[in-house]
Write a protein that binds this ligand. Sequence first.
Ligand SMILES: Cc1cc2nc3c(=O)[nH]c(=O)nc-3n(C[C@H](O)[C@H](O)[C@H](O)COP(=O)(O)OP(=O)(O)OC[C@H]3O[C@@H](n4cnc5c(N)ncnc54)[C@H](O)[C@@H]3O)c2cc1C
Length: 586
Amino acid sequence: MKTLPSTDVLIIGSGWTGLLMAKELSGRTPLSILILERGRPRMSEYIDGMDELEFFVRKHMMQDPSTDAIALRYSASERTRPVRQFGAFLPGTGVGGTGEHWGAVYPRLMPDCFEMYSKTVERYGKQKLPEDHSIQDWGITYDEVEPYYARSEREVGISGKAGNLNGKKIEGGNIFEGPRSSEYPMGPTLVPYFPTLFGATAKSLGYHPFVNATAIPSAEYTNPDGVTRPPCAFCGFCERTPCMIGAKAQPTSVYLPVVRKRKSVSLRTGITVRRIVHEKGANGGRATGVTYFDESGEEVFQPADLVILATYTLGNNHLLFLSGIGTPYDASTGKGTLGKNLTHQLQFGVNVFMDKPLNRFMGAGGTGIRMADFDADVFDHSKVDFIRGGVIGATMTGTQPISTFGDLPRSMKLPRWGSAWKKASVEWYDRVANIGFGGEHIPYAGNYFDLDTTYKNPAGDPLLRMTINWRDNERKMVDFMNAKMVEIGHAMGAKEVNPFPGYGNYDVTRYQSTHVQGGTIMAASPDRGVVNMQQQHWDISNLFVIGASTFPNSGAANPTPTILALTYRTADTIMDKYLKKPGMLA
Ligand SMILES: Cc1cc2nc3c(=O)[nH]c(=O)nc-3n(C[C@H](O)[C@H](O)[C@H](O)COP(=O)(O)OP(=O)(O)OC[C@H]3O[C@@H](n4cnc5c(N)ncnc54)[C@H](O)[C@@H]3O)c2cc1C
């Protein structure tokens, strides 16, 4: 196998985390940095115009299951099936990764989300914890992450309104959020009619609605790196597409403009990393580089002194398993850590049918109103039969005609075909919108990643396997929230509100959220997690793993603000501590 010239730092993946790490390290060190990305360079396609069929239906920007499928089963005793069409989650490929077609909602995790185990036990006792749970505290607290949240909000450019500034509660913001050291860099975005009505109704019912924090600029914004983005035009092509005018924050519009100017950084595309190569050493192991397939399909060895794994939750787990790094988790004994605590944030919606047009072709990913009255442990759980919670809200992301045609009031009892259905679908097309829920998924001993024993990818490597199913805690939480959402929908004056059918088994076809977490979780000791609280691998000191794969549990808040906050923190630690004295940090 050919060996290429060595690099000081090698970053695998060019999404939010990979490009941020490259920006930080290249800004303060002279190290040579090489980023390897399996997908293509992107940019020109954005300004050529948008096409629903190409981006929403054919999933132009997303991981290709013909080369990168995953395997799935509900439990260890069930048959595994390969997932040949992504539906429940839509990871990206290409420069910028998933953050190019994300929705840009930008909330922080609730403080007690980092200490879910101890806070739940403290308030309700151990008997309240669900059977088979594997909840554990993160080992870091909200207060430690707060300065990095604030930094990410300034650099990514977030619009919003604080609800808790240094402990002072502020009406109109999320009064349940953790204390913030600073206001958002921009005021909130405009809010379309349907979410505005949702907010007014929620308030009249005694709840505390607030405008979403979002990475959609409400005004022209120049960040501390000098990168300027225009305000959002609410064109409706946002989530699942990149932004045509460069308003929505994307890795290619926030970090790439800085990284591109740095001579110490090079970015190779069309490169699929196959293994992280490592050797045993006196003080734990050492990564020596990676092997990858180049664009011609030849496998080569790329040496490196420091390796950063930034390939989203699925890639981070898969590459560690394939490379034989870490001890695979064994669900039957609870031993081992790699693959443990797979979570997938809960999401569902109820359809609200109104008597007037909603102009829902307009909007942006993060534009809307939320309420956190049922989030985390904000409300008393002693009288409900589940723990934790989530956020209810109404967002106008911009609705496309092909993918959303045919949502009709259930009371019409029409089959999904024929001229009566088509006529009714046209009539209702712009008069239906969604009240949505995003909720915490707690970890269970029986939900985990490993390597599949049957199905392989085109290179002959086993597919990554997810063993995952819902438990009663999720089903009961969803039923509880569903009822609250239906109540709000009726109070909004809806003609009809169609509840969500509820959670049966995990459904790989219905879009859930691309907020899949865990598998390489952080913990204060190597017997409990794969990485330490600096996201440094417990077995290999020159390997850092960044992204939501290090989250021990899922919050109700969308994960990217926390992913980025932790990446800033890790970058600082690498520069302030690791590079001065390479070795284990904790
Ligand atoms: C439709 C949608 C809406 C979303 N909305 C929100 C939201 O509103 N708020 C929020 O917080 N989050 C949202 N997310 C999630 C958010 O996009 C992700 O959390 C974030 O992009 C993850 O960043 P990352 O750097 O960890 O991974 P990614 O952005 O996925 O980057 C990983 C990169 O690694 C590359 N890669 C993978 N394997 C290899 C390999 N073997 N070799 C080389 N390269 C490889 C991939 O091609 C990819 O470019 C959304 C996601 C989707 C799909």
